[in-house]
Design a binder for this molecule. Structure first.
Ligand SMILES: [Cu+2]
Length: 366
């Protein structure tokens, strides 16, 4: 079979060129019928606004009939993941300082990243992204890492810490082999939105396979109350050619928030913790419709740098976005890289009277 690269596909960009790729990548019901009918009114509960033929889109052959992945088999649900902050367990040390602890276990797991598209992921605690670790500035953090995967891995945290806690091969505990474990320990600093990921080589594959998560350090005096949401922009190179990705998403499942719009309250503060961990593509982006947000890059300052509706992020860049929605209705958000949006990176906010109250997640315990 002729190898048709993703880049060639993009340059070609015709329905004729795209169709063979879709045949290969996404099980479908009547692709050609779908292409003919793509401009018709959308069917089923999903939004049809994307209307994309080439890349499928959520009005495309797979998604327009409301197909969804098997969340139960995946073991995680992207809607729940939005507001699922893992504060670990705490105890007070003799010094009076809080020690916060987690256990992260690496494993190998097949996950469904788009309806019918299975991907052999590597996971922390069974999910992609891994748990959203959250703590307060100044605490002592201790992360026990157990490698239950068939491959050697590490956890490399972004933040301030000594070299031996950096989670890279050849330094400190270095690579953690299958069945082995180690402990990473460091101070919670600086406050902001950070991330963690495996740093074993080849690095691109160890990240792309799913070994990453968000790491939030709350400032000592906290942030104003808001409905807080975690969004990790990621993608999946399902043909392993290391040339871009075939599926793009926020929190792993393509078009999930088009199928299940995110309910938020009108006129109520919303805070998005946005992380870009996308591998193989140099730039990702976030765009909101009908609204603007305050942009706090890396979350390390309490003063926003701009009021905008679109930001760009390279890999490992992250930001806190704060906004209110002044009108009821459904508002699209997506990568303003149209190709990514049409391959899964788009969703909707559903603004109205429902949705969680503006209350920060502060965890339990100390
Ligand atoms: Cu790894």
């Amino acid at each position: 079979m002729t190898k048709l690269s993703r880049r060639a596909l993009l340059l070609g960009g015709t329905a004729g060129a795209a169709a063979p790729i879709l045949h290969q990548l996404i099980p479908h019901r009547g692709l050609h019928d779908a292409i003919e009918g793509a401009n018709a009114a959308p069917q089923g509960p999903a939004h049809g606004a994307a209307g994309a033929v080439h890349g499928g889109g959520n009005a495309g052959p797979t998604f327009r009939q409301g197909a969804v992945v098997d969340h139960e088999a995946n073991g995680f649900q992207p809607t729940e993941m939005l507001r699922d902050f893992d504060w670990g367990t705490t105890r007070r040390l003799a010094s009076g300082r809080v020690l916060r602890e987690w256990t992260l276990v690496a494993g190998d797991r097949e996950i469904e990243v788009a309806p019918g598209v299975k991907y052999p992921a590597w996971v922390y605690n069974g999910r992609v992204p891994g748990p959203t670790l959250r703590c307060r500035e100044g605490e002592l953090l201790r992360i026990r890492f157990v490698n239950g995967s068939e491959h050697p891995h590490t956890i490399h945290f972004h933040g301030l810490h000594p070299a031996e806690m950096d989670g890279v091969p050849g330094v400190g505990a270095g690579l953690i082999e299958t069945g082995k474990e180690t402990v990473y320990e460091f101070n919670a600093e600086p406050f902001g939105l950070h991330l963690y990921h495996c740093h074993a080589g080849p690095l691109a594959e160890h990240i792309a396979r799913g070994l990453y998560g968000a790491f939030i350090v709350d400032p000592k005096r906290g942030r104003p109350d808001a409905d807080e949401l975690l969004m990790v922009m990621n993608g999946f190179n399902t043909n392993f050619d290391a040339e871009g990705n075939q599926v793009y998403a926020v929190n792993t499942v393509a078009f999930h928030y088009a199928n299940e719009p995110i309910a938020v309250r009108r006129d109520s503060p919303v805070r998005i913790y946005l992380v870009n961990i996308l591998e193989f593509d140099p730039i990702n982006s976030f765009h909101i419709h009908g609204n603007f947000f305050h942009h706090f890059p890396t979350g390390t300052s309490l003063e926003p740098v701009e009021f905008t509706d679109t930001i760009l992020q390279g890999q490992a860049q992250r930001a806190i976005l704060e906004m209110r929605f002044p009108y009821d209705g459904d508002y699209m958000f997506h990568a303003h890289k149209t190709e990514f949006a049409e391959l899964g990176w788009m969703g909707f906010f559903r603004v109205g009277k429902t949705g969680p109250p503006p209350k920060n997640d502060t965890g339990a315990g100390l």
